[in-house]
Design a protein around this ligand. Sequence first.
Ligand SMILES: [Zn+2]
Length: 89
Amino acid sequence: MAKALGYAANHSFSRLKPHEFEREEPQAGEIEIEVLFCGVCHSDIHQVKNEWGNTVYPCMPGHEVVGRVTRRGRGRAATRSATSWAWAA
Ligand SMILES: [Zn+2]
């Protein structure tokens, strides 16, 4: 496990606050990314405000990121998919 830091909401009307959490080690076919930039889209806002009724808190918005690969799991990592994911908007 590795410590990670992000910004999360603790309930539907809270501001985002620093949130420390544990990440699993990258497994085969996975990569670890150091997030350099992160966008927050309208879907993230719906999720933070629980407007779809399925939010689990703490909720850490921001699924559109640009980052640097820092570690790879064993085997062939899916770097191409991660790149596509990072550029998806
Ligand atoms: Zn989005």
